[in-house]
Write a protein that binds this ligand. Structure first.
Ligand SMILES: NC(=O)c1ccc[n+]([C@@H]2O[C@H](COP(=O)([O-])OP(=O)(O)OC[C@H]3O[C@@H](n4cnc5c(N)ncnc54)[C@H](O)[C@@H]3O)[C@@H](O)[C@H]2O)c1
Ligand SMILES: O=C(O)C[C@H](O)C(=O)O
Length: 357
């Protein structure tokens, strides 16, 4: 080794070799600079990509994934503004190495080698819109990102956040089927925010800490398809008919509550990033081989006659290893399930038809 190889000036030169302030950092799919310096000594862990990383959800989610000790490499991809987000997040002194990628030409580099791909890309709602009103814009975005996944990291587990989730998950499944890479266990629609809201609102009614409450929320992720199973709350408790009506309505309309409060400035981003980070962490713990990881997610399912349905799933090394049964429903929940299935069936068909056009 050269006598100066470990001297401060040599180390600075080594870092500087990866910095070229006269060029945009994101050109040519290059990894952002210090990553290259630390790659050798990087902590063991999973490689995770956030697709849509410069958005409202994407920025906070990138921050939270940078804090996750199970992540060794974090790729941040968007069609705009990734350089700033990447530079910012990369200064956090946690172990994950951060690299930024921008634009369609860099999608392949962003996704290659990833173990987990989290997708919060696409338009959010404005007041007066349903999630389904986002279909025309977001269906194409999800299709092109999933084509990238099929090509560059076909074995990655995908956490799909982009709305309308009830249709975008079937679209992703069709893309993977066409590419010959489809594995139902690896495609998970993120419905964790519904569970977070249900836990919060139920805890408020019960006057307890929300962290002690677990409400299964099944069905899908829009309006009546969001079906909280209040008869199965843990720890066991009971509600009056008025409380059931209030809670069901508030949980089903939690997204709209935020959209209206933001008054045109988008939909839930902070609580969603929190929920997505929680779900991604559960997936990573499952991938590591931890036992007993159970979360609700919208997945390919045989729990009902529909091809996709959200329910409790056991997460393992391969993704959604087991779909758990719904358990006993009361009359109110059985009626809710019928309504949910009717709308879900149409949303699933809409996603599949989009791919068959
Ligand atoms: N599943 C859920 O529970 C849940 C909760 C909240 C929001 N959402 C959905 O998440 C999506 C994102 O919401 P947001 O508030 O972050 O929106 P946003 O507009 O703030 O951010 C979206 C980001 O996606 C990027 N993007 C657009 N096309 C892209 C492409 N082809 N590849 C990569 N990135 C692309 C945009 O540049 C933008 O940075 C919306 O569809 C919203 O409805 C889902
Ligand atoms: O409501 C929305 O449009 C965003 C998201 O699906 C949510 O539930 O907050």
């Amino acid at each position: 080794m050269h006598p100066d190889a470990t001297s401060p000036s040599h180390r600075i030169a080594r870092v500087a070799a990866h910095l070229n302030p006269t060029r945009p950092q994101m050109e040519e799919g290059a990894a952002l600079r210090p990553a290259a310096c630390r790659a050798k000594g990087g902590a063991p862990g999973f490689k995770v990509a956030v697709v849509g990383a410069a958005g409202g959800i994407g920025q906070s989610l990138s921050l939270l994934m940078k804090m996750n000790p199970l992540v060794s490499v974090l790729h941040l991809y968007d069609v705009v503004n990734t350089p700033g987000v990447t530079a910012d997040v990369s200064h956090m002194d946690t172990s994950a190495v951060v690299r930024g990628f921008i634009g369609q030409q860099q999608l392949e580099a962003a996704l290659t080698g990833m173990d987990l791909v989290i997708i919060p890309a696409g338009l959010p709602r404005k007041p007066g819109m349903t999630r389904d009103d986002l279909f025309n814009k977001n269906a194409g975005i999800v299709r092109s990102i999933c084509e990238g996944v099929a090509k560059s990291c076909p074995n990655a587990i995908v956490n799909l956040i982009s709305n309308p989730v009830n249709s975008t998950v079937p679209i992703a499944a069709e893309v993977f089927k066409r590419a010959g890479t489809y594995c139902p266990k690896r495609l998970l629609g993120v419905t964790t925010l519904d569970v977070a809201r249900a836990n919060t609102f139920v805890a408020e009614v019960l006057g307890v800490d929300p962290r002690e409450v677990n409400v299964p929320v099944v069905g899908g992720h829009a309006g009546v398809t969001i079906l909280p199973l209040l008869s199965q709350v843990s720890p066991p408790c009971s509600f009056t008919p008025d409380e059931i009506s209030y809670l069901t309505n508030r949980i089903q309309n939690g997204g709209t509550e935020v959209v209206e409060a933001k008054a045109g400035a988008g939909s839930a981003t902070l609580s969603m990033a929190f929920a997505a980070a929680k779900f991604a962490d559960a997936c990573l713990r499952g991938m590591r081989g931890d036992a007993g990881i159970v979360e609700c997610s919208y997945v390919a399912s045989e729990v009902t006659e529909l091809p996709f349905f959200a329910s409790k799933v056991r997460l393992g090394r391969g993704g959604a290893e087991e779909i758990l049964p719904l358990g006993p429903l009361n009359d109110f929940e059985r009626a809710g399930l019928e309504k949910a299935k009717k709308e879900l069936s149409e949303s699933i068909q809409k996603g599949v038809s989009f791919m068959n056009k």
